[in-house]
Every structure is written in C-alpha cells, then in structure tokens.
Design a binder for this molecule. Structure first.
Ligand code: SF4
Length: 269
C-alpha cells in the first residue's frame, strides 16, 4: 500500500462480502458489499435489524462469493478495510463497491477518508444505499460517490417520515450529476396518497429520476428483531395494487419499475 492510501480512522462493521446486487438500478451486477453497523431508523419491514447495534466483531469474507468468513474485532481501521477490499478485488469479478447497512451515512467522516483511498486502490465505482434522511452527511461524501439508491420511506409502510429530508437529499444528488434512483417499499397497507406525494416529491427534483417499487418480499419479510419491535404485519401487495400504483406514479415520473428483492431468490445474502 502506498503512503497515499494510508488512512487510520475507524468504523464499526457488520460484514464484507461479494455478491450479486438484487435491487434497484444495479440489479444483477457483482459488488463488494461493505455493511456498516448502526441505523437510526426502525422500519417495520427491516430485514437488516441485526445492524441496528454494533457487534463486538465483524465477518470478513476471504474469497469473493465463497462465504469463507474470518471474524475480526470491531472497530476496524480504514487501512485494514482497504487491505480486505484489495483481497476481494480479483480481476474481472466486480462492477462496483456497495456501501450498505444499517445506515452508512452514520459513518460519513470515516467514509470521507476511506473512499478516495479505495477508489485509488481499485478504480471501482462507489454505490451508496441509504435511508435518504441525512442530507448533511451525504454532502460530506458526495464528491466520492458514483451512484446512490435512496429509500423513500412511506409512513404507512415503514413507520418513518422524512419528506423534507428526502427532498433535500435528492436535490443534492441531482445537482451533483451522479446516478440516483429512488426505492420505495410497498405492502398491502400502502396508502395511495403517500405514493402520489412520493411521486410528486421526486418529480419536483427531476422527472428523470427512476423510481423502483419494491413489494415486501414474501420470501423473508421482516427479520425477527424487526417483528419484535413492530406489531405491524407486512403482507406483499396484490398484483392489482401494484399495477394501479405504477400507473399512478407514471403520471409524474418517467420510469417506475416494479422489482422484488431478487438477491433472496439467488441466495446472494
Ligand atoms: S430498513 Fe434500512 S433504514 Fe430501515 S431500519 Fe432497517 S437498516 Fe435501517
């Protein structure tokens, strides 16, 4: 590693592994996933509730895709994480690096130091998966990102409400000309007026931002921890609901695609 790449701040991680992305614009591409610990939201449908708190150790895959995990103590120095990414980054395997969680933007200061180094090391594009409610933290790392998948939280489905933050967040992405899309989890209890408001919110920033409606997946709905936290039962929407909602939203934005979590079908977890 060159002295240029030598960085020393730390972050708490859940895992690092290689898999096929199952959601959004990057669906089907191969990514190195860095899953960060901590989330400040408590979505009813959360399938990553194990990230809400930081474990004393994290799981690091040794060989891309083989799930031959090593266990390392938290927190992790950025120079150590760089070495793990270098080990994963075999030729012709990966399309990009995915920052996921939890909420990666809770580690914005760490990322501001880590991302320029990992880009110079791998030349891989950087993709951020986020709850889209922390525009101030996004601004810190925006120059180092290539694409962003922003969850837009519908109160009736997630139990979380962040309309003004989502607008500011999308505007920042749009201004910086990076690739951005919006993901909205929908269930049988989705309120139509909220979907209309979401479509308007996106359209007011740009009608060209793609929107992905993602039905709560019947394969594995909420994790046990999320089920304990919430008494709301998530049921996948009916085909008629999904068709109606897609048409409704297309009155405001150009692209509305309906895609379930495909990585669960491919066992890429
Ligand atoms: S779904 Fe994402 S944003 Fe919501 S609680 Fe789970 S990890 Fe946090």
């Amino acid at each position: 590693m060159t002295s240029k790449n030598k960085v020393n701040s730390t972050a708490r991680l859940i895992e690092v592994f290689s898999a096929i992305q199952g959601e959004g614009l990057n669906v089907g591409t191969r990514q190195i996933f860095i899953r960060f610990a901590f989330c400040d939201l408590r979505c009813y449908f959360c399938d990553s509730a194990h990230t809400w708190n930081a474990p004393p150790s994290c799981q690091i895959e040794s060989s891309p895709g083989l799930r031959d995990f090593e266990v390392h103590p938290n927190p992790v120095e950025s120079s150590t994480l760089l070495a793990w990414i270098a080990r994963q980054n075999l030729p012709f395997v990966h399309d990009s690096i995915s920052l996921t969680g939890g909420e990666p933007l809770l580690h914005a200061q760490f990322l501001a130091e880590f991302l320029p180094a990992v880009r110079s090391l791998t030349s891989l594009p950087i993709y951020l998966e986020t709850g889209g409610h922390r525009p101030e933290s996004l601004a810190i790392i925006l120059p180092y990102l290539d694409s962003v998948g922003m969850d837009l939280k519908l109160p009736s489905v997630s139990g979380e409400t962040y309309w003004p933050e989502h607008t500011k967040f999308l505007q920042l992405c749009s201004n910086s000309k990076l690739e951005v899309f919006v993901k909205i989890i929908v269930s049988q209890s989705t309120v139509v007026q909220e979907l209309e408001r979401a479509a308007l919110l996106v359209a007011q920033v740009s009608e060209d931002i793609p929107v992905f409606l993602q039905p709560v997946t019947p394969l594995a709905v909420a994790s046990l921890a999320a089920q304990e936290f919430s008494s709301v039962v998530m049921v996948a929407p009916t085909p008629d609901q999904v068709l109606e909602w897609q048409v409704l939203m297309k009155r405001f934005v150009k692209q509305v695609r309906v895609i379930p979590q495909t990585h669960k079908m491919l066992h890429q977890m």
